[in-house]
Design a protein around this ligand. Sequence first.
Ligand code: 26W
Length: 820
Amino acid sequence: MTSKSFDKESIKQSILGKLQRYNGKTLEEANNQQIYNAVASTVRDQIMQRWVKYRESDRDDKGKRLYYLSIEFLIGRSLYNNVLNLCATREYTQALTELGISWEEIIPSEPEPGLGNGGLGRLAACFMDSLATLNLPAMGSTIRYEYGLFRQKLTDGQQVELPDDWLSNGNVWEMPAADESVDVCFEGNVVTRQEGGRIVFSVEGGRIVEAVPYDMPVVGHEADTVNSLRLWRARSRTAMDFGTFSSGDYRNASIEQELASIISKVLYPEDNHHEGKTLRLCQQYFLVSATLQYALKDFKRRFGDQFHLLPEKVVFHINDTHPALAIPELMRLLMDQEGLGWDEAQQITMRCVAYTNHTVMQEALERWPQELVRRQLPRIYMILEEMNRRLCEMLWHKFPGQWERIGRMAILAYDQVHMANLCVAWSYCVNGVSRLHGDILKKDTFHDYALIYPQKFTYVTNGISHRRWLMACNPGLAELISGAIGTAWQHDPSLLEGLLPYRDDAAFRAEFLKVKQHNKENFAQWIKARQGIALDTDTMFDVQVKRLHEYKRQMLNALHIHVLYNRIVDDLNIDLLPRTFVFGAKASPGYAKAKMIIRYILALSRLIDRHPRARQLLKILFVENYNVSAAEMLIPAAELSEQLSTAGKEASGTGNMKFMMNGALTMGTLDGANVEISEQVGMDNIYIFGMRADKVSTLYQDGSYSPIGIYEQNAEIRRALTQMIDGTLFPDNPALLQSLYHDLLFGSWGAPADPYFVLKDFGSYSMAQRRVDSDYRHNEQWLRKAITNTAMSGLFSSDRSIADYNRDIWKLRPIGGKRA
Ligand code: 26W
């Protein structure tokens, strides 16, 4: 462990010095943004020192390296997390206090890098944190999107999207490494020539885009390791055409620059929905080609041209199928650049690549039109054709005559390139992200492949960084825990189990409640300042935050609130637990139905606010622009965590883990990691409702489900649904939600009615919510359950996930023989 080269006094001096040198200002004159920059650059100085030292020691290390390729890294803000991982929170907090600055004043000045949509990107960020902490040598690799995920505004009861210009004030944490730029080639023609008895392929007349790396350091907690997250930026290699410029044709003079740089311009806001856009394909290839070129260069520096060593020294991890082109790209580099033959290149490639699947939703599975791939990436397409030919030949021997099956398993079929098949056929390992999801991959999604390669399939249950999601975002709880069981849990979160006996300790329970209450008030203040909405912190905070998607069933939650509203209207003496229902969700801009669900929730919120008795008992808050920073405020304040996905659809979920760790109880289906959460805490400490995955799957297959019967029998559902379209919610435009209503009861465009079983699971959900009402009133019982949740959450630390990946898949050696 590097010794600390800072203390409170030197921190203070360097902050003041930075303000003077960079801004020519004293502390009194500087604004929050300037102070943030000064503080952050003192932290950066500390990291740089370690980074240089680490890279020096690592440069010629002969160990294996991991490249974690992901089209998204949702890292969130860095300042506090870096201070925490440097173990300098105490020194920094003291220094800031003495300067009269609080964390709350400066932290919001850091723009949040929104380089991801949801779970997949956030998982990648937690994994980077754990890799560095476990001293495992890894580089994360993604695109430096100029515009991250859109900012969401709620205007006139609906979502409006605004651009997220996160780089406009610069990014303190990144270091450009222009000397490591590489060229990525698109389009062009493949030419072949004979060279010493073999055919050599190259591409001529292609469009070259330069990939420039920007590195962000990833510091491990109390570790010497500083890994890099590499963000590739696209730019044109050719300067502006001055001839054209001089002739006055300004647009065409810079057109090439624009075409090139557009690749890293914007993150696609689709989560779990594939759209076959050319630019997206180009982004994917840009990421993998740049990363692999760099990785091979690094390998050659260490091992020369001993490519047979590659699988021992390098592993490429493909985070969902988005970076799948890494497979044919590695083949291309090994053959066309390094001169290997097909068979050797194939053997090496198949042992270098591992693939994680993150979704079983059909509409998320990436399939590119063959023609598009052939035009944009002609050499890659040629390689895919040969890979497919060999694959199908092999399959033909295994499954003679079974054309339909072979068609399902092929890389190229029905004029499409099937990315998941590419990954499954050519990776040495395929993993799901929870036990249930892993089983579904084997039994269902990749059933055919599991027959021939059963040993290839495994699962690693997701995890979250307990540093960001407990120590940093909930310091009150972290301190309470350490006061009770010591601080060792910070290194080994499984030790949180030591809290279990404290359930019986009345004083501890009271403190636990106090922390929760404080966090609720803190959140209420924050929301008051941001959205001008006042919350009653004596009500239960019941929270559903995640991307908006039909399968996640925000609709079930909303419909239930709607029914509660009607009960209140009807019953003057109703005995109902007062609740604040918090939603936070971005809808993909093109996902009309998701946007409609937001309108429904916002309309319900207005309806409740206007009713004098209903608003005493119910409140809906829709958190605008839900992102990592909002989650860090909200999750510590939550008491009930809503995880309502139709069973079998949510691969894992990771929000569920963050909530339990912060002492919220889960209301959930037996889906994804909820299954494992329920096993950890026991059925008495979780609210499980609804159909199981196998039942859902049978209902899908036999097509026997019809929601109409439920609608007819259940007067409460009937009334709420009718009010969706009778003017109760939108007096000026009663038909606004017509499509939601219609899809629930009758289906549309060939889709069945209520495809995610909202009405089917409603009764069971409503019953489980009644149990919550009564349990919450028994304060002591509730607190025991909440403490149990925190105590049993250690399993869901991403340190455990990464240790599993390393043991079963990557087999990296920790640097300096440290913990892993
Ligand atoms: C091509 C469009 C597209 C974009 C993103 C398809 C699929 C995705 C992601 C794989 C969606 C995603 O984020 N999946 C989530 O991954 C989390 C991390 O493993 C899981 O916890 C969530 O259950 C899963 O929905």
